[in-house]
Write a protein that binds this ligand. Structure first.
Ligand code: AR6
Length: 169
């Protein structure tokens, strides 16, 4: 059984085995939570991302997939980078958002991570409506077959925290 915990705050302040990053395909950093993780985690994360691009993801990490690097100076052992889908009104991309959570937990299992922190993937720059993102995130983690013992959703603001709390209740 995986325990699900909701907290409001900054994911870069979490002490867990693995912190999940809402990255983009380039793996070279960006704004939002991606920028915050690279800033606080330091250059070792970007260095490994560049190596991953050179070795395995020359065309970029596909949407819905996940890959791990060191966590640099963060209080975690790994950062798991996943690429959420950009929200679309005309196409249902829910399976790709669900895939981010499932694949990240799969990578966590391969690493032996037992505690994992997730942000609300795709709900910032990628514009996914928060209530729907909360539904997909919680349903997917609940249904996942994983050895991860605790998943903490770290919600940045009140709006996100409330959406996840309402959905969990
Ligand atoms: N801790 C926890 N959550 C955060 C933090 C933080 N420090 N900072 C922001 N959030 P976003 P996306 C929340 O835009 O929508 C990047 O440029 C934020 O409030 O970070 O998946 C990447 O490089 C929102 O609820 O990720 C990609 O290009 C959630 O994290 C693109 O943005 C996700 O917002 C990915 O877009």
């Amino acid at each position: 059984m995986t325990t699900i915990t909701l907290v409001q705050g900054d994911i870069t302040r979490q002490s867990v085995d693995a912190i999940v990053n809402a990255a983009n395909s380039s793996l070279l950093g960006g704004g939002g939570v991606d920028g915050a993780i690279h800033r606080r985690g330091g250059p070792a994360i970007l260095e490994e991302c560049r190596k991953l691009r050179a070795s395995r993801y020359g065309k970029g990490l596909p949407t819905g997939r996940a890959v791990a690097t060191t966590a640099g100076n963060l209080d975690a052992r790994w950062v798991i980078h996943t690429v959420g889908p950009v929200f679309s009104d005309s196409e249902d991309r829910s399976h790709l958002l669900a895939s981010c959570y499932r694949e990240s937990l799969g990578v966590a299992d391969e690493l032996g991570a037992r505690t994992v922190a997730f942000p609300a993937i795709s709900t910032g720059v990628y514009r996914w409506p928060m209530a729907d993102a909360a539904r997909i995130a919680l349903e997917t983690v609940r249904a996942a077959r994983t050895q991860v013992e605790e998943v903490t959703f770290v919600l940045f603001d009140e709006h996100a925290y409330t959406a996840f709390t309402d959905r969990l209740a």
